[in-house]
Design a protein around this ligand. Structure first.
Ligand SMILES: Cc1cc2nc3c(=O)[nH]c(=O)nc-3n(C[C@H](O)[C@H](O)[C@H](O)COP(=O)(O)O)c2cc1C
Length: 415
């Protein structure tokens, strides 16, 4: 055995090699407790890409981009997850056109100058042995709004009179688009109902962004079709009242998102995830006594997921809500898991991600064990506890690799 601090081969800087990778199980020979691994720490292979464990970093807007460009904030924020053992990291909602940003400080991938800062982050994550992807997005009628801490200034408890980012605040309230001209709420911009050529413009922008993802070297993409943003707005009867081929019947409401996914699938050969909202959480049933769909819900989500599976979507990341301002959600741990489970039961061969108030490793493992999901996405708990994968390993009795530099903080029993 040579006594050399081995570098990561091919990396653009010196990084000590982690072998096995951070967050992967240590060898069973020296760590007999790893004879039977919890599913959370079993690899997941999707379309030829192997994720070293099932702990996925959920996309999290940072409202910190410089005209859509990632900064060193993003390198540190994302880099911190790469050094702490997550199986995959999904970079925040990243707009494919400037007017598709939620806030003026959102991430973007509409121009080539946005490639380099993202590539720096991807190279770092890869050097730490972590798969990394990006969530491509268009915020639709929820565009041109203020960053949360601008809208509500906690130090003074001052709340801005409106959610809208006005022109002199970097916003574009007159250039906000949606399926119909219905605003999300009274204090949101009034969207323009998209024309066919507006839709084509957005489709082309997704394809251009995907070509940039290829250049950057991302391992997977996720399209944001949840949380009341553009693609969710198209599928929900609450936000889509169009009378053309893209509104009305379920088939019509799904038409454009599915066409967009098909084009994106043809342009991207690696794993392709879609995040959906499985319900609008509006009052009343999903389908009325008259047989009409009243709001978006799990029954339509099942049809949608089936169509996505036919297109070759590789994973549905199952979230909920965000399209109905008066939504009523009973926030309990794992509150969205029943939706993930419903999709999983309907399509056993379609990988499903569960997300939402999942913090306990034993409970996370139970979701996988009980066949309710294939991967666990975490957001806030990973911000609070970036080393969650290492703590989860301890809780589940498995010995995993920590970063070489952090090994003295994590002791696992060995033979
Ligand atoms: C600060 C913050 C930013 C978020 N940004 C995004 C985003 O860019 N895209 C997205 O789909 N969800 C976003 N979400 C939702 C999370 O990805 C996640 O679905 C949600 O927080 C529930 O999971 P959790 O209970 O583990 O936090 C964000 C959540 C937080 C807290």
């Amino acid at each position: 055995m040579s006594h050399i601090n081995k570098p990561v081969p091919g990396a653009d800087q010196f990084y000590p090699l982690n072998d096995p990778p951070i967050g992967a199980p240590l060898p069973q020979k020296t760590y007999p407790q790893n004879a039977e691994l919890p599913i959370l720490f079993q690899p997941l292979t999707i379309r030829g890409t192997t994720f070293k464990n099932r702990i996925f970093v959920s996309p999290m807007c940072q409202y910190s981009s410089d005209n859509g460009h990632a900064t060193d904030w993003h390198l540190v924020h994302i880099g911190g997850f790469a050094t702490r053992g997550a199986g995959a990291i999904c970079i925040e909602a990243t707009a494919v056109v400037p007017e598709g940003r939620i806030s003026p400080e959102d991430a973007g991938l509409w121009t080539d100058s946005q490639i380099a800062p993202l590539q720096r982050i991807v190279k770092f994550a890869h050097a730490q042995g972590t798969k990394i992807g990006i969530q491509l997005a268009h915020a639709g009628r929820k565009s041109s709004t203020l960053a949360p801490w601008v809208h509500y200034h906690r130090p003074t408890l001052h709340k801005a009179p409106t959610s809208v980012a006005q022109k002199d605040e970097g916003g574009w309230p007159d250039e906000v688009y949606g399926p119909s001209d219905i605003p999300f709420a009274d204090d949101y911009p009034v969207p323009k109902a998209m024309t066919e050529s507006d839709m084509l413009h957005v489709e082309d922008a997704f394809i251009k962004a995907i070509e940039r993802c290829e250049k950057i070297g991302f391992d997977f993409i996720e399209i944001h079709a949840a949380h009341g943003y553009l693609l969710h707005e198209f599928v929900s009867p609450l936000s889509n009242v169009r009378t053309d081929a893209y509104g009305g019947s379920l088939e019509n409401r799904l038409r454009w998102p599915l066409r967009l996914f098909s084009r994106c699938r043809a342009a991207w050969s690696k794993p392709f995830f879609v995040r959906i909202s499985a319900t609008d959480w509006a009052e009343g049933p999903e389908k009325g006594a008259d047989g009409e769909w009243k709001q978006w819900g799990i029954e339509q989500s099942k049809v949608y997921a089936g169509e996505m599976q036919k297109i070759g979507i590789d994973l549905i990341d199952c979230s909920s809500g965000g399209n109905w301002v008066k939504q009523q959600i009973a926030l309990v741990p794992g509150y969205q898991v029943p939706f993930a489970e419903a999709l999983k039961k309907t399509y056993p061969n379609l990988p499903i991600g569960a997300v939402g108030l999942i913090t306990d490793p034993v409970v996370a493992e139970s979701y996988l064990h009980d066949g309710k999901a294939d991967a666990i996405f975490l957001a806030r708990e990973l911000m609070r506890t970036p080393h969650w994968p290492l703590f989860a390993a301890q809780a589940l009795g498995v010995a995993v690799k920590s970063a070489n530099q952090y090994e003295r903080a994590f002791e696992f029993k060995h033979a």
